[in-house]
Write a protein that binds this ligand. Structure first.
Ligand code: NAP
Length: 314
């Protein structure tokens, strides 16, 4: 049983006070026993009444009583921040994707083990309400095919986020990796990429759309379509045809239908789930680092055909 609620709250610092820190981390921390926001590191933003530092280095120097950091910065700068925090004896929570490369994760995990601290590479979509019920269902049924449709309007969800179009920013894989984090959690067998086509705006370093084909050792067809150019209704859906009807995860994994019958109609509790899990990991002296969704994205960059499409302007 997680008894973290009864203990002194972990003194946590937020690093990078951007969209996700404000939209999700701060409300989830406030709603989850076990943590208190003790400091913020941000170049441009601050929180009333909370000690502020311009960089993580200044924070580690100036707030030695901070016990954990939540890195809410873009993936390109996170490895160095995580390494500095672990070297200073802090527990580290990484936003997704856990880094800009797959290879940088093993040294971080080793540093966490060596210092006896927790490293938690979060996949927020895995905490969506339908994910564990879907995993349980699919453990008992044969999977015939999977279709992922993950299409959103980049101008609505990532306004002015220049980092997303830079190398390491992932482009449309920034949301698409959430679908892959669900896929790799709910399917009973490992999946691997067989073909991909990535559409790069002529003026950008990251794809705006991707068509992906995966399979598994049983030859199951698994198709994913990611697109950042969606206007109107947004789609974050995974449809799994099984030997016992069709299972549909929708709304990013919050809802689950079986042959049109609702099994789960969840509310948005992904980040409270993340912080409860982080508290449990810290209490047990454990880490949780799964690079698999990022590996699948790296494979798409390795194997994918590239197509140049019209320039994208924010
Ligand atoms: P964002 O709004 O651009 O915020 C990023 C934060 O990091 C800002 O506070 C920013 O600047 C700081 N930062 C940016 N570049 C930096 C650099 N070079 N060095 C140090 N700090 C830097 O981005 P976001 O949407 O919150 O996304 C951050 C991460 O969360 C991404 O990995 C994203 O995939 C993930 N995420 C985002 C969402 C979402 O809906 N937006 C959902 C789930 C996960 P300041 O230092 O100026 O404050």
């Amino acid at each position: 049983m997680d008894t973290s609620a009864e203990k002194t709250p972990v003194r946590l610092a937020i690093v990078g006070l951007g969209k996700i820190a404000r939209d999700q981390h701060l409300p989830a921390i406030a709603a989850t026993p076990g943590f208190t926001v003790a400091a913020v590191a941000s170049r441009n933003a601050a929180l009333d009444g909370v000690p502020h530092f311009p960089t993580i280095e200044a924070l580690l120097e100036g707030a030695p009583d901070v016990e954990a950091v939540a890195l809410c910065t873009p993936p390109q700068v996170r490895r160095a921040q995580a390494a500095a925090a672990l070297a200073a004896g802090k527990h580290v929570l990484l936003e997704k994707p856990p880094g800009a490369t797959v290879g940088e994760l093993a040294p971080l995990a080793a540093a966490a083990t060596a210092s006896g601290r927790t490293l938690f590479a979060t996949w927020h979509s895995r905490f969506a309400a339908a994910v564990e019920p879907a995993r349980a269902f699919l453990a008992e049924h044969a999977v015939r095919s999977v279709t992922i449709t993950w299409k959103e309007d980049v101008r609505v969800w990532h306004p002015g986020q220049g980092w997303i179009w830079e190398p390491g920013g992932l482009g449309v894989f920034d949301p698409g990796i959430n679908a892959l984090s669900i896929l790799t959690r709910i399917l009973p067998r490992p999946v691997f990429l067989t073909a991909a086509e990535l559409s790069f705006p002529a003026n950008r370093q990251a794809p705006i759309a991707a068509d992906l084909n995966f399979t598994d050792e049983a030859g199951t067809p698994i198709r994913a379509e990611f697109d950042f150019r969606q206007t109107g209704p947004q789609s974050w859906d995974i449809r799994v045809v099984t030997d016992d009807g069709v299972l549909t995860l929708s709304h990013g994994g919050a809802r689950l239908d079986h042959d049109g019958r609702s099994l789960v109609d969840g509310t948005d509790a992904e980040y409270t789930g993340i912080y409860r899990h982080f508290a449990g990991l810290i209490a047990r002296g454990a880490s949780d680092v799964d690079a698999l969704p990022l590996s699948l994205v790296a494979d798409a960059f390795l194997l994918g055909r590239r197509r140049s499409v019209e320039p994208f302007e924010d």
